[in-house]
Design a binder for this molecule. Sequence first.
Ligand SMILES: [Zn+2]
Length: 106
Amino acid sequence: MKQWLMEILACPAENCGNKLNLDVFTSHVVKTNTEEVKEIDEALIVCPKCGRWYPVIEGIACMLPDHLRMSGKQRVEETKFLQRWKDKLDSSILNEGKPFGLTSTS
Ligand SMILES: [Zn+2]
């Protein structure tokens, strides 16, 4: 995803819609004939209002409502994301992140 996308993204949680913070872990620069564009590969998006986190996995911002993240393939992928970057993530996200963390059992 491109860095400027963050300026138009808003938290998808119900009754939130706040602006989001971005913490980039990996990125690369794509050169075209006229410009260089920074493409974000993996990053953490955090909503400062409701406290939810969202992953950017392989260039795609996964900004889904809670109920779509809590089970199935999405939960597996997002749990792998937390494991992959656990050294860089705040313990509050790892332990009690919204909608889930690494140690959550629900
Ligand atoms: Zn929010």
